[in-house]
Design a protein around this ligand. Structure first.
Ligand SMILES: Cc1cc2nc3c(=O)[nH]c(=O)nc-3n(C[C@H](O)[C@H](O)[C@H](O)COP(=O)(O)O)c2cc1C
Length: 316
């Protein structure tokens, strides 16, 4: 059973230290462990070309066309039974490097709904199709470390990492005022426990349970909601719509009927999303062939070109 810790912090800083502390716990609980620092890797941002999804829809494996260290990292992630993401809090949320990884690892090419459909296409056409490890059940935990109490977005950011592949979240810890976390024995012990917990969860994934703050959303435990103008609230992680009320001084989220079938973290909601995307992507592919579409794009390209430093190559 393999447990991976991925740190997005500065070299040998608080995040690296707490990732290693969690791995000490995971090792004690019997896991084979590995530590990765995102800043050691060459990871390019996703350009949104969707070559990966197009490839999946044609029976391919959906590999990214960018050439960098992503494939190496993806293999580590796909092999792991448990992953602990340890990230510094930047601007109240997860850092840019985490978003770069997220777009590559947790975008449509790794969505289990899309891969489910892709596998069926591949079987029908006798093609290789998606890597079977994309369907592997996995436990993940999140540790977010901030220098202040500006942290209201980070849990939602981190939990979205688990959404695409429907990974099972075990712990979700946010540390405020944690610049000196290495010297704070209580917080260090919490990180150690996160490691023990994930090793135990990964060893028995079918019975693994969420161990964190119960939160407000009954499905994904999020405390982050988008408040619509019609009085309804939308959970920022699983996307379920409902009403927020206060009962005995605590917020309660009562979801509208049918919302569990639309939840972004569960397979039925993913398959619906897949249908929607498929409809709009195929419509766009047809529209792109028309003279009107080509004319409109030509007008924008002719209007102004993008400024860039002289030595910069065109980004795809
Ligand atoms: C660009 C930037 C933005 C930051 N924004 C926040 C913030 O919004 N909230 C917070 O609690 N800490 C914030 N911090 C503090 C970092 O979370 C803290 O320095 C980090 O956890 C240290 O990790 P390291 O020692 O592993 O590099 C920010 C730091 C930087 C560099």
């Amino acid at each position: 059973m393999k447990v991976l810790a991925i740190s997005g912090g500065s070299k040998n800083g608080s995040n690296d230290a707490m990732a290693r502390e969690a791995l000490m716990g995971a090792k004690e609980a019997g896991a084979e462990i590995e530590f990765i620092r995102l800043h050691d890797l060459n990871l390019k941002p996703c350009t949104g070309c969707i070559a990966c999804v197009n490839n999946l829809m044609q029976g391919g494996n959906g590999d990214c066309v960018l050439k960098d260290d992503f494939k190496w990292l993806e293999n580590k992630v796909l092999d792991a039974d448990g992953i602990i993401f340890v990230m510094p809090i930047f601007e109240k949320g997860s850092p840019g490097i985490m978003h770069v990884l997220q777009d590559r690892l947790c975008g449509p090419s790794h969505d289990i709904g899309i891969n489910f459909v892709a596998q069926k296409i591949a079987e029908k056409e006798g093609k290789p199709g998606p890597d079977p490890r994309k369907f592997k059940k996995k436990a993940v935990s999140f540790i977010s470390i901030g220098g202040s109490d500006w942290n209201t977005r980070v849990s939602a950011d981190m939990n979205l990492v688990a959404m695409t592949a429907s990974w099972k979240v075990i712990d979700d810890i946010v540390f405020a005022w944690a610049k000196s976390i290495v010297l704070d024995d209580e917080k260090v012990a919490t990180c150690h426990r996160v490691g023990v917990n994930i090793a135990k969860a990964a060893a028995d994934i079918d019975n693994a349970r969420y161990l964190g703050d119960p939160g407000v959303c009954p499905l994904c435990h999020s405390r982050n909601f988008f408040l619509n103008s019609d009085g309804m609230a939308v959970c920022e992680v699983c996307g379920m719509t409902g009403e927020l009320s206060k009962v005995d001084g605590k917020f309660v989220f009562t979801v509208e009927p049918g919302q569990y079938d639309l939840a972004h973290t569960l397979l039925p909601g993913k398959l619906k999303h897949m249908d929607d995307i498929y409809h709009y992507e195929t419509r766009l592919a047809e529209q792109k062939k028309t003279p009107e579409y080509k004319e409109r794009i030509k007008k924008y390209v002719a209007f102004i070109s993008a400024s860039k430093p002289e030595q910069k190559e065109d980004i795809q």
